[in-house]
Ligand binder design. Structure first.
Ligand code: ATP
Length: 571
């Protein structure tokens, strides 16, 4: 292992106490697919009790569907509906102060395919560095050493999308190594790795563990289990056994682990098969003489509790979490720069955002070439509406891509905060929105002959405000979609009613009173009003000020809603 790659492991962060278990689980039960305030779903982990000692390589071993990923998600704090007591480095799992200490590599690569390998590592390193001027990733040559370490030096300038599956997994592993100074949670990290690399990775896990980093690694390959210090054998959400590989072999009287595992599965006293909706009370795993019984309290004696409180709850000897800023300039700036870089490479989206509003306005001009008055009436309103719509579309889909690619889940286990993320996104899209508004306004006023009796620069400012509103609405509404397909369904639902009632099709005074009342709670109405006032008058009267204030207030309130509804934990 290289010096730089091990630097994180050597540095003990404040609050790191080697006598506190890396993971301590007491009667942990997890439901998946739960919704409506945590109800529903089915029990996937049926009350497991175990400890993972510091500085060990612990394997979570078991067949597919046994609950390995679910357990790991709970440990890194992105799994909802976790009951029982689950502590990581002495803190409640998912506690904010674990984010610089726990690294997580999901099963899918969960890195940005449209960034290069080096850009991915730089971004995650920037998030880690923000709070700490002494962060080991700031050391000169750190990223080069890390790249060499995972065998990706040559691939550093290549887009991740252009790499093989195994190479992508290695990028993901390198990102996890940046994040985890104390605990690395790796979900099947060797899938797709060739035998040579697999051997090297396991040697690295060993070295990292010797330097103090705890490695929790899942696998369903039994020949990897033998390389672990300790094993947690999971079968159908129940812990069949925990202990060293030698303990397991001795207890099952078998020559190899696979046979031993099968024997445990077939043992008459193994726990009841599960998957039921309520799940039976947990039984302790069959006793294997591990010499560590004191570490693992019995589920039978542990009182069933709700998940441990999230904050300010730490046992003696564990330092409380330092306060962190909700929005950090470095993390926000790094996120904005990353999103801008991605946008810069996405030529199709750039073309859509920059060209669609002007093309639509040009079409409108041609449609009304015999009646310029009509163009002058609806043109300014559409100068506000088209940018709002395109920015809504682009931001909601971009945010969703974060969710579906797994990068959002990874980010939410990193030091980045929800505020950093949304403000970073907002800033990047604001740049795009400003370019869009400038382009559309200049073309409409300059080339298409839109008559503006008011101030053209003010019209431009209002068009930018309208794009910001679309950006904020898109960031928020993406929370209600799980796939790009669902995001596309949001567009007509969120925008068409606003378009119909904003006063552009029928003036508001001509509407039924009920429809007029509905239109007053729709932000697009105020965009249209502001644009109409700006195009007909030079004066900034109180009505125009009111419209602009409402649009700005709606944008900020929607960004706030997006931050509140961006959940860290998922079913
Ligand atoms: N989003 C979800 N909603 C509901 N149930 C889920 C969800 N994801 C997984 N499950 C269920 O949870 C159980 C455990 O899944 P999990 O992914 O934790 O298993 P695993 O041991 O990691 O499997 P593999 O080795 O194939 O990755 C499975 O029965 C699966 O069907």
């Amino acid at each position: 292992m290289t010096n730089a790659a091990g630097a994180a492991a050597r540095r003990a962060p404040p609050g790191a106490h080697m006598d506190v278990a890396a993971v301590a689980a007491t009667d942990v039960r997890i439901r998946r697919g739960a919704h409506r305030r945590g109800r529903g779903g089915h029990v996937v982990i049926h009350g497991v009790t175990f400890t993972v000692p510091r500085g060990s390589v612990t394997g979570v071993i078991g067949p597919s569907g046994g609950g390995k990923t679910t357990l790991m998600r709970a440990i890194v704090g992105v799994q909802s509906s976790v009951d029982g007591d689950l502590r990581v480095l002495g803190h409640a799992a998912g506690d904010a102060c674990l984010r610089r200490r726990v690294g997580y590599a999901t099963q899918a690569a969960s890195v940005y395919g449209d960034l290069t390998v080096r850009e991915n590592l730089r971004y995650f390193a920037a998030l880690a560095q923000a709070d700490d001027p002494d962060d080991p990733t700031r050391a000169p040559g750190y990223l080069d050493a890390l790249l060499a370490h995972v065998g990706l030096t040559e691939q550093a300038p290549r887009l991740v999308d252009h790499l093989s599956g195994g190479q992508r997994s290695r990028v993901s592993l390198a990102v996890a190594m940046i994040g985890g100074t104390d605990l690395l949670v790796l979900d099947e990290p060797t899938v797709g790795a060739d035998p040579l690399l697999r051997r090297r990775l396991w040697a690295d896990f060993r070295q990292l563990a010797e330097r103090g980093t705890t490695i929790l690694v899942s696998s369903h390959v039994m020949d990897e289990a033998i390389r672990c210090d300790r094993l947690l054998l999971l079968y159908q959400g129940r812990l069949l056994a925990q202990g060293t590989p030698a303990d397991l072999l001795a207890a099952t009287d078998c020559g190899d682990l696979e046979e031993g595992f099968l024997r445990l599965v077939e043992a008459p006293n193994r726990p009841v098969e599960g998957g039921d909706r309520t799940g039976p009370r947990a039984r302790p795993a069959p006793a294997i003489p591990t010499g560590s019984a004191a570490e693992a309290p019995s589920a039978a004696t542990a009182p069933p509790t709700r998940a441990a409180p999230r904050a300010a709850d730490h046992p003696p000897g564990v330092a409380p979490c330092p306060r962190r800023r909700a929005i950090d300039g470095l993390r926000t700036g790094a996120t904005a720069a990353r999103v801008l870089r991605q946008l810069g490479r996405d030529h199709r989206t750039l073309a859509l955002v920059l060209l669609l509003p002007p093309v639509l306005l040009l079409t409108l001009r041609l449609l009304f070439h015999r009646s310029p008055d009509t163009f002058n009436r609806v043109g300014p309103a559409l100068l506000g509406i088209f940018p709002l719509m395109t920015m809504f579309f682009v931001t909601s889909v971009a945010m969703l891509r974060e969710r579906t690619s797994g990068t959002l889940e990874r980010l939410l286990t990193s030091p980045v905060g929800r505020g950093d993320l949304l403000v970073g996104y907002g800033l990047a899209f604001a740049v795009l929105a400003a370019a869009q508004a400038a382009f559309a306004t200049a073309l409409t006023v300059g080339a298409l002959g839109l008559t503006v009796r008011g101030s053209a620069p003010m019209l431009f400012v209002a068009a930018i405000l309208s794009s910001f509103l679309g950006t904020a609405l898109g960031l928020w509404m993406s929370v209600f979609a799980r796939t790009e397909f669902e995001a596309v369904q949001l567009i007509p639902a969120a925008l068409i009613p606003q378009f119909m009632l904003c006063g552009i099709l029928v003036p508001r005074h001509g509407m039924l009173p009920a429809l007029d009342a509905i239109s007053t709670v729709m932000p697009m109405t105020y965009v249209v009003d502001a644009m109409a006032r700006l195009s007909t008058s030079r004066h900034v009267d109180r009505w125009l000020s009111r419209d602009i204030l409402i649009v700005t207030g709606c944008t900020l309130a929607t960004l706030g809603l997006a931050a509140v509804t961006l959940r860290r934990r998922h079913p």
